[in-house]
Design a binder for this molecule. Structure first.
Ligand code: NAD
Length: 480
């Protein structure tokens, strides 16, 4: 029998506890007989400080695009302007749209209030507020764009259902805040309902994210697979990992059509770096997920079962429920390596297929809707914060086909008939509408902006008020 070729893999040791836990994971991978051709790249703080604002150098991209498989230790993201999050950049640049984070309790061996918890968080990885499009528009107001797309939502929701089907899971829960964000989270929820109908054997439910989060923290055993937009998924997967036992335990996969990245869900934990106390389990379990993806299910199984046996034998780092005699990072890895070939006797044994076919999801092809325009929202910087004075200034420009209908401040109607109690900032949204829906034109908007400029109004941005096949594509101002 000829040995299968080694799988090309890019690794990065990252920052903080990254190098220690990567050393530990690599030792276990090597001892388990993983067939890997490893290339190492540098990412993180040192690269940021060499002047690369994304924390990664051009050569590193070549390695990632060649191997298409990345095992990554956490990095420290510098605070403040000028630096981009490397994690977000890598996920988006390589199209890693699905972030899968299994959060499992290992009771009675690791203390948890939720002994039967076994939740998989499927987090959308490319969109939402993580588009990173932020602007300061006035002296007082900054904004962050929340972008949610139909194909992006469809891919992640379909991935969650395909994952549930593949892994014999019975329920997929969607969490969103569509009672408030009716268009963005509303689209995510609507797509969830559409896709769920194609999987009748899997129970589908939706929960508003606030009560969903409370239940996930309080009674996580009622959940199975949970699919969420990016921000909620980021926050709640940490919650889920922590209530399962420790944030140091969970591994995650970031899956795209062509590439995949595997990492622990925790960060670089700089305060415990260099002390040999960090738990390497998150990266070790991420390595098992990576091996399954790479078609080395046999090695993944050996590694994962040895890790379970280690936990059963009471070997634990300090974060794993305050053990009486915690072991260090490298000793934990040695304990896992020493148990390769053994299986847990009380925790469920894991079984992986030798080669697991990748979950492939594509958004469906749709006919584009017919787009018409009702008018425009003009956002203005108005330092004296007086809505009536602003309305008077706008009236000077309001002699065209688009008429002032409404002024809001942070979404609250302040003209006409605003309440004196409403606090105003210097950032106003002024809605101009055509007399009949769907009849506004870009030329009218340009003419309006020209008149506003001549009237001394400081326009900071505009948003078209569109309909798609006659359906409203914008939120109504409060009070309308
Ligand atoms: P963190 O996850 O690094 O630490 C949170 C807490 O958990 C700390 O008390 C830490 O000591 C503990 N902890 C984390 N991992 C542990 C482990 N393996 N073993 C034992 N204890 C562990 O989160 P943070 O402090 O908010 O972030 C620190 C840095 O990590 C920040 O710069 C952040 O941007 C970055 N970060 C990176 C990633 C990534 O690279 N994927 C993810 C999250 C945060």
């Amino acid at each position: 029998m000829t040995a299968s070729p080694d799988t090309p893999l890019t690794i990065a040791r990252g920052d903080g506890i990254g190098p220690e836990i990567m050393d530990a994971a690599l030792r276990v991978l090597d001892a388990a007989g993983a067939r890997l051709a490893i290339e190492e790249i540098q990412i993180g703080q040192a690269v940021y400080h060499r002047g690369h604002s994304a924390g990664i150098e051009p050569d590193a991209w070549e390695s990632l695009r060649r191997t298409r498989l990345f095992l990554k230790a956490p990095i420290t993201t510098p605070q403040g302007g000028g630096f981009k999050s490397l994690n977000v950049t890598v996920r988006k640049s390589l199209g890693l749209f699905a972030n899968v984070r299994p959060c499992v309790a290992y009771s009675p061996f690791l203390p948890t209030k939720h002994p039967t918890m076994d939740v998989v968080i499927v987090r959308e990885n490319e969109e939402d507020l993580y588009a990173g499009i932020e602007h300061r528009q006035t002296d007082e107001v900054v904004q962050c764009l929340k972008l949610v797309s139909r194909p992006g939502s469809e891919r992640i929701v379909r991935y969650a259902f395909e994952y549930a089907r593949r892994h014999g899971r019975s329920k997929v829960t969607c969490m969103s805040k569509d009672n408030i964000m009716k268009l963005t989270d509303g689209l995510f929820h609507a797509v969830f309902d559409e896709v769920a109908a194609e999987y009748p054997e899997i129970e589908a439910e939706h929960s508003i994210v606030d009560i969903g989060a409370a239940r996930l923290a309080d009674t996580p055993e009622i959940f199975d697979v949970v699919v969420m937009p990016n921000l909620y998924g980021d926050i709640l997967s940490d919650v889920a990992a922590q209530v399962a036992g420790s944030v140091g335990l969970a591994g995650s996969s970031n899956i795209g059509r062509d590439c995949a990245m595997f990492e622990a869900i925790h960060g670089s934990a700089p305060t415990i770096a260099g002390q040999d106390v960090a738990n390497p389990s998150g990266l070790i379990l991420a390595s098992a997920m990576m091996l399954v993806h790479a078609g080395q299910g046999d090695v993944a199984e050996r590694l994962h079962n040895a890790w379970l046996r280690t936990v059963e034998d009471g070997v634990a780092t300090a974060d794993m429920g305050s053990p009486a005699s915690p072991v260090g990072t490298q000793a934990f890895a040695d304990a896992v390596a020493a148990r390769l070939g053994e299986e847990p006797t009380r925790l469920p044994v894991v079984r992986y297929p030798q080669v697991e076919e990748a979950i492939r999801v594509e958004p469906s092809v749709r006919v584009r809707a017919t787009k018409t325009m009702d008018g425009v929202d003009v956002f203005v910087d108005h330092p004296d914060r007086d809505p009536d004075a602003l309305a008077a200034a706008l009236a000077a420009a309001d002699d065209g086909p688009l008429s002032l209908a409404l002024i809001t401040n942070r979404g609250v109607k302040v003209w006409p008939d605003g309440l004196p109690e409403t606090f105003c900032t210097d950032h106003f949204r002024c809605r101009f509408l055509a007399a009949d829906p769907g009849t506004a034109t870009q030329a009218q908007v340009v003419a309006l902006l020209h008149r506003l400029e001549q009237a001394g109004v400081d326009v900071v941005k505009t948003e078209g008020l569109y309909r798609f096949d006659g359906e409203l594509g914008y939120s109504l101002g409060q009070g309308q």
